[in-house]
Ligand binder design. Structure first.
Ligand code: 13P
Length: 248
């Protein structure tokens, strides 16, 4: 059995004080969750949010991590810096980082290996663009992202994969539950071939892209979908709590 994981990706939203207010507004409403509950917050919010989640079932995630342990990498943050505040998860290779900040499958791979080495759980984002989907390239793109981005990982079940079709992010256009389920099944099959079939059965694969309080039940009812990576709706306390409580 794979334990579902619902993670909010706040992206570049919420100052530290706004983040504290948001967590305070959700914490009582998510305390009976059947799933892992994670908030992936801007790096500068981490100390304040780490304080306010103490004693709750909410876990802390970052939105990126550098692959070096330390050194001359101005503006970057290391795994040890995150861990000192109790960060457990880290998003790696979000499509926005690939699109705007030059992230590649190779840098995704370096960051993922470094995160694992440090004992963080990477949430590795993969997914195709609209053009790639419409021209039948979805599987080729996912193959490349898995083969290169996840290269050299000895136990793939230590990673969370987020399948985020780029055309569904922030657009209000969700993949249908069937489409998401089918593509996630493909990702699991590919992980089985690339790594080991047993580990592929254990790896948690989230869906991300305009997931909200209205569509979460149908998505989460799909057998291959193990959770969600939530952008916009994670900024609204009522909506995020409703998604976390998808089973209620
Ligand atoms: P939205 O939920 O706003 O579409 O964002 C999804 C996402 O990119 C989560 O990482």
């Amino acid at each position: 059995m794979r334990k579902p994981i619902i993670a909010g990706n706040w992206k570049m939203n919420n100052t530290a004080s706004e983040g504290v207010a948001l967590v305070n507004a959700i914490k009582d409403n998510v305390k009976n969750a059947c799933c892992d509950v994670v908030v992936c917050v801007p790096a500068i919010d981490i100390p304040a949010v780490a304080e306010v989640i103490k004693g709750t079932n909410i876990e802390l995630g970052a939105q990126n991590v550098h692959f070096a342990a330390k050194g001359a990498y101005t503006g970057e943050i290391s795994a040890e810096m995150l861990k000192e505040y109790g960060v457990k998860y880290v998003i790696i290779g979000h499509s926005e980082r690939r699109q705007y900040f030059g992230e590649t499958d190779e840098t995704v791979n370096k960051r993922t290996l470094a995160a694992l080495e440090a004992g963080l759980i990477p949430i590795v984002c993969i997914g195709e663009s609209l053009e790639e989907r419409e021209t039948g390239k979805t599987e080729t793109v996912l193959d490349r992202q898995i083969e290169t981005g996840l290269k050299g990982i000895d136990d793939i079940s230590k990673v969370v994969i987020a399948y985020e079709p780029i055309w569904a992010i922030g657009t209000g256009k969700t993949a249908t539950s069937e489409q998401a389920n089918e593509t996630i099944a493909y990702i699991r099959k590919k992980c089985g071939e690339t790594f080991c079939p047993k580990c592929a059965e254990k790896v948690r694969i989230q869906y991300g892209g305009s997931m909200n309080a209205g569509n979460c039940k149908a998505l989460m009812a799909m057998p291959e979908i193990d959770g969600g990576l939530i952008g916009g709706a994670s900024l609204k306390p009522v909506d995020f709590a409703a998604i976390v409580n998808f089973d209620k």
